[in-house]
Design a protein around this ligand. Structure first.
Ligand code: UDP
Ligand code: MG
Length: 336
């Protein structure tokens, strides 16, 4: 059995060496204990610091260290899909952050759960140590997104730190979309999932790449990439505004018939114009957002460009999802 740990890294010089050492220490011990082989695949997402030097150095020192380096910064989603695409030949894959915010001590438990037959083993964090306002906003966000998105359920505190079986990885790789919202994709592919909890940890060193703005954009991505409800809402909004204005027109007509034409009405008019204008702009914005996505999808650009790597991409045949899991195969051969 071969387990691979994928680590996306972007400007992680401050912490990377510690991460490499810690992962090796934990996995060396656990690989013997649970009887598997492992390697570490670092995806350098176009870092501008010495991240790639550290990786190259580590790779010369230890054969378990593999890396892929991008030609520029493509974002964490691209780093993740690159990791998956290069790992379709592994039995299980663990995705973990480079900043030690995802405790590597959890990996042995994840591998164990994989051995029990789970296809996805997810580490769930609580939100200890976060500001009250951020907690409140995330709660609101998850309420909203789960209300809107129907076919999948997103759970707070569940992120990219997870183990995936080979068929789960193949399923993810088979989704060729350019705008990737992994949180949703992980839920979308389904399969038996086990959740194990851990306490929130602060970053060991370096700084987070998330600003308030990027979080807001991420939230909008989540809403839009998984359903067309915003478009539907525009129709509802349009219909209600139309209905209301119809009532108002009837009222005006009757009023004019009874009391004659009165000139004042400036406020009503401006209010109506501004209100309608606002709704129209929002609607156009929502449509534009979808068209923008279509635009990116039809270009069919690759998700990333590789500059250097010491690991090969497995052949395309392996991309096909194999439908029986390691456990089901075992059961099958036992009953034969
Ligand atoms: N990351 C990446 N590309 C980016 C931004 C981040 O590969 O453009 C990696 C980063 O190196 C880290 C992980 O994604 O391993 C999570 O990033 P970060 O710690 O900044 O996010 P947070 O933990 O605050 O959500
Ligand atoms: Mg982090």
């Amino acid at each position: 059995m071969k387990v691979r740990v994928i680590v996306p890294c972007y400007n992680e010089t401050a912490v990377l060496q510690r991460t490499i050492d810690k992962l090796q220490e934990i996995l060396d011990a656990d690989a013997i204990k649970q009887g598997y082989t492992y390697d570490l695949l670092f995806v350098d997402d176009g870092s501008k610091d010495t991240t790639i030097d550290i990786l190259q150095q580590a790779a010369t020192q230890s054969p378990v260290v593999k890396f892929i380096s991008f030609s520029r910064n493509f974002g964490k989603e691209a780093a993740m899909i690159a990791g998956f695409e290069h790992s379709v030949d592994c039995d299980a894959v663990v995705m973990i952050d480079a900043d030690l915010q995802h405790p590597p001590e959890m990996i042995p438990d994840m591998v164990k759960a994989y051995g029990e037959g789970y296809d996805q083993v997810v580490a769930k964090r609580n939100r200890d140590g976060e500001t009250a306002s951020r907690k409140w906003m995330t709660r609101l966000y998850y309420k909203m997104i789960n209300h809107w998105v129907e076919d999948i359920e997103l759970v707070d505190g569940i992120g990219d730190f997870r183990l995936l079986s080979q068929r789960a990885v193949c399923a993810l790789v088979s989704m060729r979309e350019y705008n990737r919202f992994s949180k949703g994709l992980f839920a979308w592919i389904g399969y038996s999932t086990k959740i194990i909890s851990y306490d929130n940890v602060m970053r060991e060193a370096g700084e987070s790449k998330w600003s308030f703005r990027s979080l807001l954009n991420y939230a909008i991505d989540g809403l839009i990439s998984f359903n067309n409800k915003p478009l539907r809402m525009m129709i509802y909004l349009g219909v209600s505004v139309f209905g209301l204005s119809l009532l108002y027109i009837i009222y005006l007509l009757i009023d004019t018939l009874l009391h004659g034409v009165s000139v004042p009405g400036y406020v009503t008019m401006i209010a109506a114009i501004l209100f309608m204008g606002g709704i129209q702009l929002i609607s156009i914005g929502v449509i534009g957002e979808y068209i923008g996505r279509i635009y990116y999808e039809v270009k069919q650009r690759p998700n990333y460009i590789v500059r250097a790597a010491n690991v090969d991409r497995p052949s395309e045949d392996l991309y096909k999802v194999s439908y029986t899991s390691h456990m089901e195969e075992k059961q099958y051969s036992v009953s034969k």
